[in-house]
Design a protein. Structure first.
Length: 246
């Protein structure tokens, strides 16, 4: 089912002129009993439409927390997050779910494929949920584009790590999100599979999709147009990058 436009809260005015993603002085504190972990302590960043931004930083520096917040999957403790003109930090779950389904695709560390569905069925699923009539055909097309078309009938356990990752990307982009968030997309992959995934990402970016990818891998970072360094929950440095084609 497509999100209904009638009951949808309005985006803030002049949304198209604003950066596509605005993270403004965001704090995130995890509380478990008496233990508090400050995962983000005043993180700020913006992403313009069409950018390919890579976020790098040590383990535990807050990268996944930041992506989850941009994706509307987690609350902020303080601060403001705007995506596609919608103020996510101050929105209810209904609005966040709408922004996610209409504007954002996500590929996160946890494998998000349904184990008992084939690759093609996995990719088709979000399109069926959105009411697209061409879900099956488009799923095959996306798998072809990502170089895993021959594997369309395989379940996740019958796929290699690199193939699974590409199926997960196909699933995330199925509904043509404007923004793709990726957490260690190429984490376990060898160089060849990493390059195949990166080629697919570069092609999406060339067609206008905005990319925000967390990685430890310098092969990935080299493809970005900008690299953000995060340390202890703070974005310390924004570095223009080359956006290498290979
Ligand atoms: N649900 C949670 N409850 C409590 N603490 C958490 C939770 N999620 C993350 N943390 C803590 O918040 C900090 C930031 O975690 P986060 O997962 O954002 O790091 P990361 O940069 O993604 O690390 P990695 O590179 O290892 O994936 C860490 O100290 C982590 O232990
Ligand atoms: Mg992480």
């Amino acid at each position: 089912m497509r999100a209904q436009t009638t009951s949808m809260p309005r985006a803030v005015p002049a949304a198209s002129l604003m950066p596509f993603v605005i993270v403004d002085d965001v704090f995130k504190v995890y509380r478990e009993g008496d233990v508090e972990t400050v995962a983000l302590r005043g993180a700020s960043m913006t992403v313009q439409r069409g950018e390919f931004v890579v976020i790098v930083g040590r383990s535990g520096s807050g990268k996944s927390t930041l992506l989850n917040i941009i994706g509307g999957l987690a609350d902020t403790t303080a601060g403001r997050v705007t995506v596609a003109g919608f103020d996510l930090a101050r929105s209810d779950e209904e609005l966040r779910a709408m922004v996610r389904s209409k504007h954002i695709g996500m590929v996160f560390q946890a494998d998000n494929l349904v184990p008992f569905l084939t690759a093609e069925e996995n990719v088709a699923l979000p399109m069926q949920l959105a009411g697209r009539a061409d879900a099956g055909r488009r799923a095959r097309h996306l798998l072809d584009e990502l170089g895993v078309g021959a594997r369309h009938g395989h379940r996740p356990e019958q796929l290699s790590g690199g193939e699974k990752q590409r199926v997960a990307i196909a699933t995330a982009i199925a509904n043509e999100p404007e923004l793709l968030l990726g957490d260690e997309l190429t984490g376990e992959l060898d160089t060849m599979n990493t390059d195949a995934v990166l080629d697919a990402l570069a092609a999406l970016n060339a067609r206008g999709m905005t990319l925000v990818i967390v990685t430890h891998n310098m092969r990935v970072a080299r493809r970005a147009t900008r690299i953000l360094h995060i340390k202890d929950g703070l974005i310390e440095e924004s570095e223009a990058a080359h956006g290498d084609k290979s």
